[in-house]
Structures are given as C-alpha cells and as structure tokens.
Design a protein around this ligand. Structure first.
Ligand SMILES: *Cc1c(COP(=O)(O)O)cnc(C)c1O
Length: 388
C-alpha cells in the first residue's frame, strides 16, 4: 500500500487533500516522494513562518528535544519564561497563557472574557459578538463563535451566547451591543472568510463603543499575528491593542502552539485552577517560538516583509485575470475575474507551486523569509496559469 492508499484506508476522511505526498523541505522549497520540487506560497497555512527547516530554528528545536521535551505546567522552564517575556515585551501585553492551537487560544479568550464579566457584574452578561463571515476554530465554542452558517450543522446543540454582526456595519453593531454583552471578537483581516480587511472606521467604532460599556475587545490574530501582515500584530495597522489577542499558526514556526495575550484589564482574570492545558507552553514549542520571535523582531525583518508584499502586489496588478488584491503584508487574497480559485490551486500544484484558497480567492501566505527570487519564480508560474 502506498501512502495515499494508507491514508484512504486508515485516516478519517475529514479533509479534501491534494495528491501530493510531501517528503522534505528546505527554505521555501519542498519535494514530494517522486522528487518533484515545489515552491511554497502557503507555508502550511501560515505556520512555517521561517520556511521549511530553517537552520537556527531547527538548531533551537533539536537542542531543546535533546535537553527536555516536556515537563507539564506543574513546574517551571526557562524556555517558557523567555518566550512569555519576549511576547509581552514585543507586544506590550501583560500576561500570556500558552495552549496548542488557534481554536484553543480562542477558547481561552472566550472563557477569560466571560469570567472577567462574571467577576465584575455577576451572571448573565456573557454574550460575545462576532462578525459574519468570521472564522474562529473547530471546537464547539469556536464553531459557535464562527459567523458562517456552513459551520453550524450536524453538531447540535451549539453553545449559546454568540451573536453575529455584519462586518463594517456600525449600526448593526450598535443595535446588538446590549446589556448582556461581555466581549466583541474580531479578525482585523478575515482569513478563511476571504482575506477581507476590516475598515478602520468600523474598528474605531468597535473600540469606542466597547470602551464606553466596559465590553472587552478580543482580536483573533491567529492568522494575522507574528509578522504575517508586516507588523508584529495586525492591530498596529489600526493603531489598536485589544484587551485580549490570540495567536497560533506561525507563532512557533510549524510546531503546534497557541497563545492568548492579556492586557491590563484582564491580566488577573484566570486564577489557579480556572484554565489549563497539559501540553500548553511545551518546551519544544517555546524553543521554536523563541527562534521565530527573535527573527521576526530583528532589525529590518518586517520592512522586508512589506517590500516583498509590495513586489507581489505590483506584479499581480498587471495580470489581466486579477480583479483585485486584498489583505496586508504577506497575507494576500487574489480575486479573479473569470477563473476558479480551486482550479488555479490545482494547476499550480501540478506545475510545482503551492498556493491556498479562501472562499472565491486564491490566497498566498508565503513564508516570511521568502526571497525576491523565489517570489518571482513562484509568480512566473502563477501568472502564466492565470493568463493561460
Ligand atoms: C486557523 C485559524 C483558527 C483556528 O486555528 P487552529 O490552530 O486550526 O485551531 C482560528 N482563527 C483564525 C483567524 C484562523 O485563521
């Protein structure tokens, strides 16, 4: 039995996979089992922020594996302390809770927001406003939070206490900010929903209206965080810092990790016993995280991300099949005029280029370390397909 046959036989069919058995990667290139080469414009859905097997990252992770792979949260480790300090010092947040995925980071944010409100106002003020077309994860709570009907099937009953507002509709937001609301949760740029950036006037209104009512703002930066958009946090583009920000995907360079960042107001909200995770803050993941944050915050790194993004946009804008480009930094949505994004992704794969889709768009999340030469090589393939 070959690998695909084994998957077919033994792995639950919960994903639509491309016919690619990936064997190894280096930098922005990977090869399949037949030694066919691919350029990576997807970075494992934004996780391999430094590309495949970056040397310093690999050294940090392997050295941690050989020293201490796990110890639970009954004990301290220097590597977790260092990563927490680096995250707080970089972002201005006060405290971090570590977990293992984006959904878990959002679960933590939801629990913390409800507890903040319960501690201060008692029962009943538990509703969390989320946006239509959002995506917050696959657990029961984060599915309930997700503002897309396609996710609200089969698994009834979903959690109560989530209300959706139309993105960029301030009046809709105002009408739903009732006394029972404890938090508003947003993605500054909706990723899975189609790479749509929120309008700054709407973001301003969210912060203003919430501040007046002691309603918390939760920013889901699972996809946009850790340098993806050319700033460490996408909130910086809007001049905003949420009470709670969640991170995952690229945070540890391809090792499962999530983090929930807490600002002043909520820094004491999770008391001993109220939340936990066996693997949260695992030393290997933290070692990966330290390597990522050191690189992403190094002098000039994010300026380079911005330059690469501008170069990509400039080339794509000249392509006749491109209707519009959305997103920020190296989180790029490409709306097409007549072709289907799914077809483009399939053809790109055949020609040795890995891209993603989001709704009707082709989505690019290349490794932040990608070079201009690699970008051009990938774009040559993509543009030829788009114009073909
Ligand atoms: C991917 C994603 C999630 C879910 O993250 P998982 O690690 O798959 O649980 C949540 N929110 C946003 C914005 C995401 O892009």
């Amino acid at each position: 039995m070959n690998t695909m046959e084994k998957f077919d036989k033994y792995v639950m069919h919960s994903y639509g996979r491309y016919p690619l058995v990936m064997e190894k990667g280096e930098g922005r290139d990977c090869v399949d089992e037949n030694n066919k080469q691919y350029i990576d414009f997807g970075s494992g859905i934004g996780t391999n922020s430094l590309g495949f097997c970056d040397e310093k990252w690999t050294d940090a992770v392997c050295s941690q594996v050989r020293t201490l792979q796990h110890n639970s949260n009954y004990y301290y480790t220097a590597v977790q302390a260092d990563f927490a300090a680096a995250l707080c010092e970089t972002t201005g947040y006060k405290k971090v809770f570590f977990c293992n995925s984006g959904a878990e980071a959002n679960e933590c944010a939801i629990k913390a927001a409800r507890k903040y409100s319960f501690d201060k106002y008692g029962k009943g003020r538990h509703t969390i406003i989320t946006l239509e077309n959002s995506f917050h994860g696959r657990t029961m709570a984060t599915l309930s939070a997700t503002g897309q009907d396609v996710f609200h099937n089969y698994f009834f009953p979903f959690l109560e206490g989530f209300v959706n507002v139309k993105a960029n509709d301030i009046d809709d937001l105002k009408s739903k900010l009732t006394d029972g609301v404890c938090a508003v949760m947003i993605e500054y740029i909706q990723g899975e929903g189609g790479v749509n950036a929120l309008e700054s006037g709407f973001v301003d209104a969210v912060y203003e209206l919430c501040a007046e009512r002691d309603i918390l703002v939760i920013a889901d930066e699972v996809q946009t965080g850790v340098g993806r958009t050319g700033k460490f946090l996408a909130g910086e583009h809007y001049g905003k810092k949420a009470d709670i920000t969640t991170l995952a995907k690229g945070i540890a360079g391809g090792i499962p990790m999530g983090a929930c960042l807490f600002g002043e107001k909520v820094q004491e909200v999770l008391t001993p016993g109220t939340h936990g995770s066996t693997f949260g803050g695992n030393p290997i993941a933290c070692a990966g995280g330290n390597a990522v944050i050191e690189r992403v915050t190094s002098e000039g790194f994010l300026d380079e991300v911005v330059k690469k993004a501008e170069h990509i946009a400039a080339r794509l804008e000249k392509c006749g099949e491109v209707a519009s480009i959305s997103g920020k930094g190296l989180m790029i949505g490409i709306e097409l005029k007549s072709k289907s994004a799914a077809d483009i992704a399939k053809k790109a794969l055949e020609q040795g280029l890995l891209v993603l889709t989001a709704k009707t768009k082709v989505r690019l999340l290349p490794p932040l370390t990608i070079t201009m030469e690699e970008i051009d090589k990938g774009l040559d393939i993509l543009i030829a397909i788009l114009e073909g």
